[in-house]
Design a protein around this ligand. Structure first.
Ligand code: ATP
Ligand code: MG
Length: 383
């Protein structure tokens, strides 16, 4: 019978918490394959998927290899522990050409043949069936694995498929990611989900200055990252009143700085409403005027929760590489307006002094503007 073996990462390091991590992982695995009838069970620090329709093999693998906490997968043949059946299965995993070796693990010590002998015998069968192959015990092109389990069954497999690693979503607390239509913030969401965070998103739009397409683009990005975050709801907040007020009352070079502070205040309020303990942004030090240490200081000073900036030390090239890998790049580079691109000052301050920012901002009724924005929240559940 064809089965899928799932090995998990880091989790085994977690001592007493192991149960917590394992139950999050298994429920996440089950949720991504819920459309494919199958059985998932645990055996010795791994999971095994059985009884699935083989037409969906690739789809199941694709879904599971993106679940954080999964280290690798193998498609195996599970056979009764019997040399004839093991040999037949091993032949189906043997390469057509090149060098190979057989690697046997005998977990079931009641099985009388030592692992070295099993490897030698099965290797002999493979060579007999295809004499053009060569054995290379040290640097083989291919390895056929035989894993003799205690339950009278043996797994035979060839290739190991690498998965994403990380920690299971649901084990790292809850965060609110500030999601724009750009390249960076979806990558930031991915990075934090990878460390086990449960995420929601907040997006600020300035309708009618920004279009419905710009909003849709963000929801499309949210849908792509949901593949990793497993759940996703976007709180869409109207930023028009705030932007208009800043535009009318503050010196234009402070526009972006003050906008950022409002975004942070609102994101924090939403975080507490949603039971989240952190805010996440896609900032990268020095990337643009609003991401200098001084700018970050001025935004950060309105925050009370931890603000995670997983891309802070990344080059743009590195961020782009991840966005391509996770599938958000093509959507992120579609033309769009963001509320940060309207009323854009010609010369934004690059090193705002906090005292100056606070003074400039003092002409605004911050509390009322924040309350009004919170009243405009529309929660969009991504399915
Ligand atoms: P991104 O590519 O993520 O838009 P960026 O390089 O364009 O980032 P900025 O526009 O300065 O940088 O934004 C910095 C961060 O602020 C973003 O990564 C995002 O987390 C947040 N942000 C910016 N605009 C918005 C918005 N309209 N809604 C929600 N969050 C936003
Ligand atoms: Mg942006």
């Amino acid at each position: 019978m064809k089965v899928i073996i799932i090995r998990y990462s880091e989790i085994h390091l977690k001592g007493n918490n192991r149960e917590f991590f394992e139950s999050a992982l298994i429920s996440n695995i089950k949720s991504v394959i819920k459309d494919y009838p199958c059985e998932v069970s645990r055996s010795n620090a791994r999971y095994v998927i059985r009884n699935f329709d083989e037409t969906y093999l690739e789809d199941i693998i694709d879904a599971v290899k993106n679940v954080f906490g999964v280290h690798s997968l193998s498609v195996a043949e599970e056979v009764p522990t019997d040399m004839k059946q093991i040999s037949a299965a091993a032949l189906s995993f043997a390469p057509a050409f090149g060098t190979f070796k057989v690697n046997t693990n005998r977990a079931d010590k009641r099985f009388p043949i030592p692992s070295m002998e099993v490897s030698a015998e099965i290797g002999g069968d493979i060579l007999e069936a295809n004499p053009s192959l060569k054995v290379d015990l040290f640097h083989p092109d291919h390895t056929v694995y035989i894993d003799i389990r205690e339950n009278g069954k043996t797994f035979v497999y060839g290739e190991t498929i690498k998965a994403v690693n990380g920690m299971p979503v649901g084990t790292g607390g809850k965060g609110i990611v500030m999601l724009s239509g750009g390249i960076d913030s979806p990558v930031a969401a991915y990075m934090m989900a990878k460390r086990g965070m449960t995420l929601r998103a907040v997006h600020f739009h300035s309708f009618p200055y920004t279009s419905m397409q710009a909003r849709q683009k963000v929801l499309d990005l949210a849908k792509i990252i949901k593949k990793y975050t497993l759940h996703m709801t976007v709180d869409v907040v109207s930023f028009t009143e705030i932007q208009t007020a800043i535009h009318e009352k503050c010196p234009e070079e402070y526009m972006i700085t003050i906008m950022r502070r409002f975004m942070m205040r609102i994101a924090e309020r939403i975080a507490s409403m949603r039971g989240a303990g952190a805010v996440i942004t896609g900032e990268s030090l020095g990337q643009v005027a609003s991401q200098t240490l001084e700018s970050i200081t001025s935004t950060n000073s309105v925050a009370t929760l931890p603000v995670f900036r997983p891309l802070i030390g990344f080059d743009k090239d590195e961020i782009i590489e991840i966005s391509k890998k996770i599938g958000t790049y093509e959507t992120s580079i579609l033309p769009y307006e963001d509320c940060c691109t309207i009323f854009l000052p010609k010369r934004p301050v690059t090193k705002p002094r906090l005292e100056s920012v606070i003074k400039v901002e003092s002409v605004l009724d911050v509390d009322t503007l924040v309350e009004n924005a919170l009243n405009s929240v529309e929660s969009v559940v991504i399915d």
